[in-house]
Design a binder for this molecule. Structure first.
Ligand code: ATP
Length: 234
């Protein structure tokens, strides 16, 4: 499905990613774990076409992503939920969700997709006319993920979706993500909550200073002492 090879990214002289190789299979959930500044957000931004990359091979379903602009990548099946969500506070929940349905690939199915989003996040149903600014952080995160799902993505890129949410909201969010996974949408997940994120995932990668330094099944990573020490507070 999503294949990345030789992915390098720079901010001026600073190399944020070096020769990253990552694979996300169809219907797979894959976590990327790493300390602050490891390059996780940069990785997602590169895949979404929001940052220039040189010489990388990036394909989705065998088709090249490199050379496509951000909107063309959405059309190809990539949807990013950025850190901080990127929702429009002055617009209603419904307006935010329908903004996600602009790609041609999604237009014909927008009502079916909306129904699915409201099944995944039942809280949003009664709040469709509410302006997003007046919602809790957790609800806004649901709007952001819902908006991404409105584009009928093949791969959902999630950047720290649980950041700043209450423990109750985090549980609700991860339950919804399980249902997204059950819909066979592939997910590449960057999360500070490594335990939850690995529990949802099939596999995971460890990113350190812009390099992949480990990759394994989620079960093996959860059991690994080094991973527990570094990311699971154990
Ligand atoms: P965090 O969890 O703290 O967001 P991260 O793993 O997502 O960290 P990135 O945000 O991808 O890390 O940043 C990777 C590196 O690139 C860091 O050293 C960071 O300081 C640097 N960096 C990120 N954005 C910029 C920018 N706009 N300009 C310059 N350097 C940047």
């Amino acid at each position: 499905m999503l294949e990345l090879k030789k992915l390098c990214a720079h901010y001026g002289m600073h190399q944020a990613l070096a020769d990253v190789e990552i694979h996300v299979g169809a219907g797979e959930v894959v976590s990327v774990l790493g300390a602050n500044g490891a390059g996780k957000s940069t990785l997602l931004r590169c895949i979404a076409g929001l940052m220039p990359v040189k010489g990388a091979e990036m394909t989705l379903g065998g088709k090249a992503l490199t050379g496509l602009k951000a909107d063309q990548r959405v059309e190809a099946g990539i949807a990013l939920v950025p850190e901080g969500r990127g929702v429009f506070g002055d617009l209603t929940v419904k307006e935010n969700l329908f903004l996600g349905a602009y790609p041609r690939r999604a237009r014909a199915n927008e009502h079916r997709n909306l129904e699915r989003v409201l099944e995944l996040f039942p809280r949003l149903r009664e709040r469709l006319p509410q302006s997003v600014r007046t919602m809790s952080g957790g609800e806004q995160q649901m709007v952001a993920i819902g908006r991404a799902l409105m584009s009928s993505p093949d791969v959902l890129l999630l950047d720290e979706p649980s950041l700043g949410l209450s423990p109750l909201m985090v549980s609700e969010l991860f339950k919804s993500l399980e249902r997204v996974r059950d819909d066979k949408v592939s997910i590449l997940l960057v999360e500070q909550n490594a335990k939850r994120s690995l529990a949802l995932s099939n596999r995971g990668y460890l990113l350190e200073q812009g390099r992949v330094v480990g990759a394994d099944s989620a079960g093996a990573l959860l059991a690994s002492e080094a991973v527990q020490r570094a990311y699971l507070g154990g």
